[in-house]
Design a binder for this molecule. Sequence first.
Ligand code: FAS
Ligand code: PHB
Length: 407
Amino acid sequence: MAGRRGAGDPPRTMRTQVAIIGAGPAGLLLAQLLHLRGIDSVVLEAKSRHYIENRVRAGVLEYQTVDTLRAAGVADRLMREGLEHAGVEILFNRRRHRIDLKGLTGHAVTVYGQQEVVKDLVEARLATARPLCFEVEDVTLHDLESDAPSVRFRTAGGAGQVLECDFVAGCDGFHGVCRPSIPSSVLRIFERVYPFAWLGILAEVKPASDEIIYANHDNGFALLSMRSPTISRLYLQCEPDEDLSQWPDERVWRELQARLSTEDGFTLETGPVLQKGVTPMRSFVAEPMRHGRLFLTGDAAHIVPPTGAKGMNLAVADVRVLSEALAHFYSGGGARRSDKIDAYSATCLRRIWKVQRFSWWVTSMLHRSRDDNDFDRRRQLAELDYLTTSPASALTFAENYVGLPLA
Ligand code: FAS
Ligand code: PHB
């Protein structure tokens, strides 16, 4: 078509203040927070809009995440449809024990699917009429250690583009290109891979409990969560290389019923399974989260085992710090103020490591590991007994679960 640029045409050059790689929660929220501060950005996303808006992932929002989304002007539907949860339940030895999150901390959490957050953020981005480019290819970062970095990429139609910018925000997740753009001599990786994974289902059936249930059973971990009054989200611990073909729906429901069973006869209703998948479990941190004009946020910089429901919440916390630091930089006018961007990595990492500790702790407490012996099993049950009978221990769990103070 006349005027339509293709692979053979010379690259077109665009210019912005912040190039954002990735349109997950981190990238989209950063774009919105920067826009509200009058800072221009361009968002580049490898997948389609349909793909990112239908990718089922996190489900629990910390209260500060809700506050941030409200301040960003993208929480109207969240406030209507989100499910506020004032407590969670811990199940072991066939008995359930409630942790009173709101009574202990004054805060609740909100259950609202990550894909819904993404839909709300995409809608807000499109309303700004600023670029959100889907299905881009061959993204590469250039001159990150200069004050004139750039990003090269191909549009869905194959045309080459050069995006000149002041900063690059690496919001492209664990498998993105931004973290690998930092020289290995600069980057330090801290990682623990767990000897188990989660088999998760999304099912069209009323949640069998009003609140989230975490279960430690002899067969392994199980989790009962939800997305709405008619959609359940459930997980059970499995092998990291679990073969899903060995898990027909009937087997999944049977095993979930076994692991969630209680002395008083708790029963799960079954229903059509809408989505089934295996999520690997790792703890991962890349330091530093900044290299020259590149800033890593969210899963591009860190991964937590999903047990503590922290992945997306950590991404939001990083983006709050980065958006404030960039606004501080630009607010200085000609005399650019770089003190906050210089402190970005250390500021984020201090809270990230505390959240990593909590996520590791609840994962270790609730899952059965083949490396554990009989002593470990008794120790684990004693930890659960202490958590559910000591107000001090319950408060420790609750203040981490609702969300530690932001930097
Ligand atoms: P994301 O991975 O969400 O977004 C990165 C975006 O960058 C993606 O849209 C990707 O397509 C894009 N991208 C990648 N490479 C690119 C490139 N080269 N160019 C342009 N774009 C590129 N957390 C919880 O709290 N609870 C859960 O139950 C939970 N379950 C999860 C299940 C799975 C299978 C996974 C993978 C993660 C889960 N998480 C969970 C963690 C998850 O919610 C993340 O923490 C959250 O998505 C982090 O958001 P982002 O940092 O924006 O990264
Ligand atoms: C979810 O609803 O997906 C969920 C809930 C609690 C968790 C992890 C995931 O700890």
